[in-house]
Ligand binder design. Sequence first.
Ligand code: GLV
Ligand code: MG
Length: 324
Amino acid sequence: MSFTIVNQAPARLNRSEQAVPGSNTKFLQKAATGDADVVFLDLEDAVAPSEKPQARKNIVAALNEYDWSGKTVSLRINGLDTPYMYRDLIEVLEGAPGKLDLIMIPKVGTAADVYAVDVLVTQIEDTMGVDKRVGFELIIESALGMANIDAIAAASPRNESLHFGVADYAASTKARTTGIGGPNADYGVLTDTLADGTRAYHWGDMWHYAMARMVVAARANGLRPVDGPFGDIKDAEGYKAQARRAAVLGCEGKWAIHPSQTALANEIFTPDEKEVAFAQAILDAMEQAKAEGKGAVTLEGRLIDIASIKQAQVLVDKARQIRG
Ligand code: GLV
Ligand code: MG
């Protein structure tokens, strides 16, 4: 271990993060009783400019009227480059004091963006006499944000999670794709000629770098990395495959931009019983090894050592957190 201790953000379940447009009162009401771990009430890209004032009012009413207990509730504000952001914060934080758990800041480009929101949020909370400090979720979805990701992740003690906003990221990097997440047939590798005279074409994961980079920046700062949207809402298998890749890399969850994706995210980001049982077996075997003065042993033909304890503990702790 380094002598530098990484403080961890408050532990919250973040398997599914459901997006709900603030302009749709029916969806807002439904979201309060849905099964998402986190719900983000959107004032940004799902809401047309002319609807933003009414969407703020709808969100304030929904926060005050519905029972959100058992869920984490977030507000996606508009970007700092728009004329909407300050009103989003003032109207919702003053209209429903203490009701939000998190604020999601889109298109974060620099640490100063986070600082600016922190200043405004702190002033509002202090003025309203609210002791509960709202946390920040930061969407990494531009080349600038990715280039400054380490400084962004460390920019405020309010920071809780980083999210990969694949659609805006693709636009910002001028990626030649129009899908929202998932693979692209043009991103592949053609093998040389194989022994049987044919050549194989393997699809690659064009988002791998961005996701892996985000996971490292998040974990190095004690934050939760979360995968963003998957646009093809009819393709449950595609969604699950993307979610599994994210989980394997270290993400804690994934966005659901349609209610049907919430259950998929909850399923994939809940470690399955066999995985948890094997992780527990590793912990038990290493406990036994310690008692016998050994540093490494084999379990089901695989070498395990002291590093395996930490890996196994992650899974066992996650299962415990989900059980509650
Ligand atoms: C999310 O906001 C995205 O741009 O993918
Ligand atoms: Mg976006």
